[in-house]
Design a binder for this molecule. Structure first.
Ligand SMILES: NC(=O)C1=CN([C@@H]2O[C@H](COP(=O)(O)OP(=O)(O)OC[C@H]3O[C@@H](n4cnc5c(N)ncnc54)[C@H](O)[C@@H]3O)[C@@H](O)[C@H]2O)C=CC1
Ligand SMILES: O=C(O)[C@H]1O[C@H](OP(=O)(O)OP(=O)(O)OC[C@H]2O[C@@H](n3ccc(=O)[nH]c3=O)[C@H](O)[C@@H]2O)[C@H](O)[C@@H](O)[C@@H]1O
Length: 440
């Protein structure tokens, strides 16, 4: 019987193995993780991640694995195909291969790179209908055989013409390149959003006009307060590092700029809030609607909300945060973390004492916005489109401000109610025109 063991039961491991198990009943799927709470959660009705289309069931038995590659070498008693699914620095497959072959006790290991392209919030849909599956392997008879074995797994539900096979390096680099291209589109549109605000153009109209060119395409052109998520920034930094190591500083700087524009966009947003509210938010209550890095997920890794909240707290605002999927505990942890601490599993992080006394977390948008001087929309949750904004307005001191970092609110409707509204890349409210967002 073919058996697949997946190391890591997170946002990728959990959904991916659930889909393989569903689509390939003759394959035994086991998932292991070093986090006991995560294991327990997968085996309960309360899954550790929120993902539409993924429901609680029984996960496989899970064990502790400390050092994945060494452990594989230690425990293997027969030939193995080791599949690198995580996004890794290029040449990691080669390093894993070295560890395995130096400890192999007569066992043959074939290494494959099979990067994952799913996005959170649509993971199950993406896994069922991937644009492509990419498998990289050694160009040797054993490598070809291993590629074919993995191809056979995916062929249970993915059309074979969508399964691309490459060498190891190409597969690893393609993953970084794909994320860099996607993030670059967002930084491009966000850079344009600043220009729209300065000129009176409307970013939604510009994006639509640009995206109807079939060579450009309409997707991933939504202006925002900035991209977040566990991967875009990390993968671009990874790419930058590889460029630098290979003596390509111009290429490195080109990709670095994608991150710089993203940081600029978050700073620009905070400055808009502060400058609009009489140049200070000190002591003022600001409601933050949405904390996850995008809708339909409870994931907060690298969410732009962290930087925006920290920026507002830096000017001594009082924050009242509401997100339908993010816990209070998580928000406090995020706001007290140093950048990049998220890279270590949450269960290994101490909860540091923090300056987040100015923050409260509510489970209701109306509670969060009550008595608030301003509202920042930082995640595009659908429910934020249909809130009773008249009721919200009635419960706020005046002038009442809305700063929409996701272009989800109906600007005209809110202005009619009486709000002063800022929406990324949209023609400015007359109130804001004389208050340019100056980046310090
Ligand atoms: N989150 C996403 O949407 C996507 C993530 N990726 C990549 O997939 C990889 C995993 O990402 P996520 O699933 O989001 O991370 P995650 O943090 O949700 O899951 C990783 C899991 O691995 C466990 N783990 C870590 N070291 C272990 C070890 N030695 N033995 C056993 N378990 C161990 C952790 O406890 C954690 O539960 C990353 O490389 C990421 O770049 C790729 C595509 C999409
Ligand atoms: O390697 C990964 O981890 C994954 O990274 C992204 O997926 P994900 O981070 O889950 O979510 P995206 O939908 O790509 O959104 C990323 C960020 O960009 C923002 N975004 C997205 C699209 C857009 O038009 N504008 C915009 O600001 C989102 O709000 C979010 O903060 C990629 O889309 C996946 O293909 C990839 O597998």
């Amino acid at each position: 019987m073919v058996k697949i063991c997946c190391i890591g039961a997170g946002y990728v491991g959990g959904p991916t193995m659930a889909v393989i198990a569903l689509k390939c009943p003759e394959i035994e799927v086991a998932v292991v993780d070093i986090s006991a709470p995560r294991i327990n959660a997968w085996n309960s009705d309360q899954l550790p991640i929120y993902e539409p289309g993924l429901e609680a069931g029984k996960a496989a038995d899970l064990t502790y694995w400390e050092s994945a590659a060494r452990m594989i070498a230690d425990v293997s008693t027969s030939d193995k195909i080791v599949v690198e699914k995580s996004t890794v620095p290029v040449k990691t497959a080669e390093a894993i291969e070295k560890i395995l072959t130096h400890n192999r006790k007569g066992i043959n290991f074939s290494i494959l790179s099979n990067p994952e392209f799913l996005a959170e919030g649509t993971a199950i849909k993406d896994l069922f209908h991937p644009d492509r599956v990419l498998i990289g392997g050694r160009e040797t008879p054993e490598g070809t055989k291993a590629i074919q074995a993995l191809k056979d797994v995916y062929a249970h539900w993915v059309p074979v013409d969508r399964i691309l096979c490459t060498n190891l390096w190409s597969a690893e680099l393609s993953k970084l390149a794909a994320n860099a291209f996607l993030a670059q589109r967002i930084s491009s549109v966000n850079a344009m959003s600043a220009l729209c605000e300065a000129t009176g153009a409307d970013i939604s109209q510009v994006s639509h006009s640009v995206g109807t060119d079939s060579r450009i395409g309409p997707k991933f052109l939504n202006a925002s307060v900035g991209f977040g998520g566990s991967c875009f920034q990390k993968d671009i930094l990874n790419l930058v590092y590889i460029c630098e190591c290979n003596g390509l500083p111009e290429v490195a700087n080109y990709w670095k700029q994608v991150i710089k524009v993203n940081d600029y966009q978050k700073t620009r947003f905070v400055n808009r809030v502060v400058s609009s509210m009489f140049n200070t938010v000190s002591g003022k209550k600001i409601a933050v609607l949405g904390f996850a890095f995008k809708k339909d997920t409870g994931d907060t890794r690298e969410t732009p909300a962290i930087d925006v909240c920290k920026g507002l707290l830096g000017d001594r605002a009082r924050l009242s945060i509401y997100d339908p999927q993010v816990t209070e505990d998580q928000i406090f942890r995020d706001l007290s973390m140093k950048k990049f601490d998220w890279d270590h599993p949450a269960h290994l992080q101490p909860m540091s004492p923090t300056s987040v006394k100015q923050v409260s977390v509510t489970w209701d948008a109306y509670e969060a916005t009550k008595d608030a001087h301003g509202i920042c929309v930082l995640t595009e949750w659908d429910e934020f489109k249909n809130l009773d904004y008249q009721r919200i307005y009635d419960n706020m001191p005046k002038p009442a401000f809305v700063f929409d970092g996701r272009n989800v609110v109906d600007v005209e409707k809110l202005r009619k109610i009486g709000f002063i509204v800022y929406s990324i890349g949209k023609p400015l409210d007359p109130w804001l025109k004389d208050m340019p967002a100056v980046v310090a």
